[in-house]
Write a protein that binds this ligand. Structure first.
Ligand SMILES: Nc1ncnc2c1ncn2[C@@H]1O[C@H](COP(=O)(O)OP(=O)(O)OP(=O)(O)O)[C@@H](O)[C@H]1O
Ligand SMILES: [Mg+2]
Length: 621
C-alpha cells in the first residue's frame, strides 16, 4: 500500500450505486488508503480522529461515508463540516456536492464575507449538508435559521487548527449545540497528542487512525533550503531564486500581510505575474485570486497562511517560503499544497540565521531531509534573466511576423546617442504587450471566442485585401498598461515602493509602438511599412477600448454599466469616455491613465456575475 493507493478497490467497498457513480464521474479509479480505512468505521457511526498526509484525499474520505449515511432526498441538515477558512469551506463544499450528486442532497456553504440572506435561502430550500466556517455557522444558528436538531455527523476538517486557540471557543460552542447523539470526526495531516486528550470531552470512545505513522514527509516533495544573502535586500533574494528555479507556478508564503503586498508588488514590477492573497482583501477578490491560481491562470500567488491548509491546486509545481512559519506544523501544511495525490513538487525556503530552531525541529521532529541550494550570484541571475529574455524574443520572432522592414530603422537607431533608452522602451513595450497577450489568450472564454468570430473573419478579409495591394493596416491595439501600475490583489489602495511613473517615450520610439501603428501584433499578414517612408510621429494615445463580458441580456444599459464598472475599478465616472452595450458584451472606452485599474478587475464580480475585462481586439473596418 502506498500513501496514495489502497490495497482494496472501490468495487470491494460497501458503497451504494449513487456514490459509485459519482466517484467514477470524478475520475477516482481506486480509493486512497485513508478513504479505504475510514469508510466502515464512519458507516458504523463511530467517532474518529484521523491523521493522513497532505494531499491523500481526506475530503472524500469523510465525504463518501458521510453522504452514504444520509438517506436519498433528505431535506434537513444532517451533516455539518467545519473548516478554518472560507476558501477551504468552498472547496470542501464543491467536493461534497459532486459526490452527493446522485443522492438528491443539497450542499450549502455558510461563510463570512458573502450574503447571509442567500445562504439562509439555501438552507430554507432544504439543504442536507452544511459546510462552513465557525463564525457564520454560529451566527445563523443563533438567528434560528440553521437547525442542528437532526445533525447526525459533524466533521472538523483541519481539526488541530479548529481546536487550537484561534477557533476553540467558536468550535466548542457549536459542538455543544449539536445533538449529543451525533458522530464527530476529526481529520488533519497533523494531530498533536495534546489534542487527543482534549477531544475526549467532545468525542465518544473515538478510534484513532494514523495513516502516516510518525514520518510526516511527503516523498514526492523535494524540500530545499536556501540561505538568505545579507548583501542585498530579501526581496532580491527571492527574485534571484525565481531566476534560478523558473517555476511554472507557485504559492509564495509570507508571514505577514505587509510582506504579501510588498512581494506581489516587487514581482509585478519585474514583469512577473503575481497577485496577493490575504485577509485584507475583499471576499470577492479572495475568490477571484484563488480561482485564477486553481485554473492555472496565475503564476504566483503570494499568500499568508490563509492558503496554508487544505487548499487543493492540482498542478502547483512549487511552494516557496519567503519566510519559514513560526509553527513547524504549518510548514508541513504549506508545502503540502504541492505534491498532491502522489505528484511531484518542490518546496523552496529562504532561511536566515534566526530560523535555525524551526529548521532543526522540522528535521528532528518531522524527519524532513533538506537539500541545500545556493542563490545565483547577481551576475549569474542577470545572465539567466538575459538568456530567458532573448529566448522569449526569439520564440516570438519565430511566429512568422514580418519585421525585416524595421531593420533599417534598427540600424539608424543603433547610431543614435539615446539608443539604449530607445531599445529599452521597445523591449519594455514588447514584454508587457507579449505577456499580457499570452495571459489574455489563456483566459479567453468561449463566449469571447464566439463574439470574436466575426472580427476574425473581418480581419482575415481585410488582411487578404491588404495583401492584394491595399495599405496594410496595423493593429489599433491600445497601449499596454504599465504592469506595475496594477494593484496586486485589487482592493488595497496602498502600494509600497511603487516605481515612479514612466516618462512618455521619445517620439521616434513611440511612433512604432503606440495604438495606431504597433508592429508587435504578431500579424504576419499585415503589409510591412515602407522602409523608406519617413517615420510618422504617433498620435498621442488618448483612449483605450476595453472588451467587457457584460451585456444587455444581463440587464445592463450604457449608463448603468458605466457607473458600475468605473465603481468596480475605483475610478471616477468620467474616466469612461464612451460605452456601447451589446447583447452579451460591451465596449467601454476609457482614459489611458485609468485603463490599468480597469484591467486589474478582470475576473471580478460585476452585478451578479464574474466579468472579463480586456483590451478590445481591433475591428479593422
Ligand atoms: N481516490 C482518489 N483518486 C484520485 N484522486 C483523488 C482521490 N481522492 C481524492 N483525490 C484528489 O486528490 C486531491 C487531494 O485531495 P484532498 O484535498 O481531499 O486531500 P487532503 O488529504 O484533504 O489534503 P490536505 O491535508 O492538504 O487538506 C484532490 O484534487 C482530490 O480531488
Ligand atoms: Mg483536506
Amino acid at each position: 500500500m502506498s500513501d496514495y493507493v489502497a490495497t482494496r478497490t472501490f468495487a470491494e467497498l460497501p458503497l451504494s450505486e449513487e456514490l459509485r457513480r459519482a466517484i467514477a464521474e470524478k475520475g477516482y479509479t481506486a480509493p486512497t488508503p485513508v478513504q479505504a480505512a475510514v469508510l466502515e468505521p464512519i458507516l458504523a457511526g463511530k467517532d474518529l480522529i484521523v491523521r493522513s498526509k497532505t494531499g491523500t484525499g481526506k475530503t472524500a474520505a469523510f465525504g463518501i461515508p458521510l453522504i452514504e449515511r444520509i438517506p436519498v432526498g433528505t431535506k434537513h441538515v444532517a451533516a455539518v463540516a467545519l473548516c478554518n477558512t472560507r476558501e477551504l469551506a468552498l472547496q470542501v463544499a464543491e467536493e461534497l456536492a459532486s459526490l452527493s450528486k446522485y443522492k438528491g442532497l443539497e450542499v450549502v456553504t455558510i461563510y463570512g464575507g458573502a450574503s447571509a440572506e442567500e445562504q439562509m435561502r439555501a438552507l430554507d430550500r432544504g439543504a442536507a449538508i452544511v459546510v462552513g466556517t465557525p463564525g457564520r455557522v454560529q451566527d445563523l444558528f443563533d438567528r434560528g435559521r440553521l437547525k442542528f436538531d437532526q445533525v447526525q455527523t459533524c466533521v472538523l476538517d483541519e481539526a488541530d487548527e479548529m481546536l487550537g486557540a484561534g477557533f476553540f471557543e467558536d468550535v466548542t460552542r457549536i459542538l455543544n449545540s449539536l445533538p449529543k447523539s451525533r458522530q464527530t470526526l476529526l481529520f488533519s495531516a497533523t494531530v498533536p497528542p495534546d489534542i487527543e486528550q482534549l477531544v475526549q470531552t467532545y468525542l465518544k470512545n473515538p478510534e484513532t487512525i494514523l495513516l502516516s505513522g510518525d514520518v510526516f514527509t511527503v516523498d514526492h516533495i523535494d524540500n530545499v533550503i536556501i540561505d538568505v544573502v545579507d548583501q542585498y535586500p530579501k526581496p532580491r533574494n527571492l527574485l534571484y531564486l525565481l531566476e534560478r528555479e523558473n517555476p511554472d507556478s507557485a504559492i509564495i508564503f509570507c508571514n505577514t500581510r505587509t510582506d504579501t503586498e510588498l512581494i506581489a508588488n516587487v514581482l509585478n514590477r519585474h514583469g512577473l505575474d503575481a497577485e496577493m492573497l490575504n485577509g485584507d482583501l475583499a471576499q470577492k477578490d479572495r475568490e477571484r485570486v484563488m480561482g485564477r491560481i486553481k485554473k492555472g491562470e496565475l503564476r504566483f500567488m503570494v499568500a499568508t497562511d490563509l492558503a496554508a491548509r487544505g487548499i487543493d491546486i492540482s498542478d502547483l509545481t512549487h511552494v516557496i517560503n519567503y519566510s519559514l512559519p513560526e509553527d513547524p506544523a504549518v510548514y508541513l501544511h504549506r508545502v503540502g499544497r504541492t505534491g498532491r495525490i502522489g505528484k511531484k513538487g518542490t518546496a523552496l525556503s529562504l532561511v536566515t540565521g534566526a530560523e535555525i530552531m524551526t529548521l532543526s525541529t522540522l528535521q528532528k521532529k518531522f524527519g524532513i531531509k533538506f537539500r541545500q541550494m545556493t542563490l545565483p550570484s547577481p551576475e549569474e541571475a542577470k545572465s539567466l534573466w538575459t538568456d530567458r529574455a532573448i529566448k522569449e524574443l526569439r520564440d516570438a520572432m519565430s511566429t512568422g511576423m514580418a519585421f525585416e522592414a524595421y531593420l533599417p530603422l534598427a540600424k539608424d537607431l543603433a547610431g543614435k546617442e539615446e539608443r539604449l533608452s530607445l531599445l529599452a522602451y521597445a523591449l519594455k513595450y514588447f514584454f508587457t504587450h507579449h505577456r499580457m497577450e499570452r495571459a489574455q489568450m489563456r483566459s479567453a472564454g468561449e463566449e469571447k471566442l464566439d463574439a470574436q468570430a466575426d472580427e476574425k473573419a473581418a480581419q482575415e478579409f481585410h488582411a487578404s485585401h491588404a495583401r492584394k495591394g491595399g495599405r496594410g493596416e496595423k493593429s489599433e491595439r491600445g497601449p499596454r498598461g504599465e504592469r506595475g501600475a496594477r494593484e496586486a490583489g485589487g482592493s488595497s489602495g496602498r502600494r509600497e515602493g511603487a516605481p515612479a511613473r514612466e516618462k512618455r517615450p521619445p517620439r521616434e520610439a513611440s511612433a512604432q509602438s503606440t495604438a495606431s501603428s504597433s508592429p508587435a501584433n504578431g500579424d504576419a499578414s499585415a503589409a510591412p511599412v515602407d522602409p523608406n517612408a519617413p517615420v510618422q510621429p504617433a498620435a498621442p494615445v488618448d483612449r483605450v477600448k476595453l472588451y467587457v463580458t457584460a451585456g444587455a441580456e444581463q440587464g445592463w444599459d450604457n449608463e448603468k454599466l458605466a457607473t458600475a464598472i468605473s465603481g468596480l475599478a475605483g475610478q471616477p465616472r468620467d474616466t469612461v469616455l464612451a460605452i456601447d452595450v451589446k447583447p452579451r458584451h460591451a465596449y467601454v472606452v476609457v482614459k489611458p491613465d485609468a485603463h490599468a485599474a480597469y484591467l486589474a478587475k478582470n475576473g471580478a464580480t460585476l452585478g451578479e456575475a464574474a466579468v472579463s475585462i480586456e483590451v478590445a481586439r481591433p475591428r479593422r473596418r
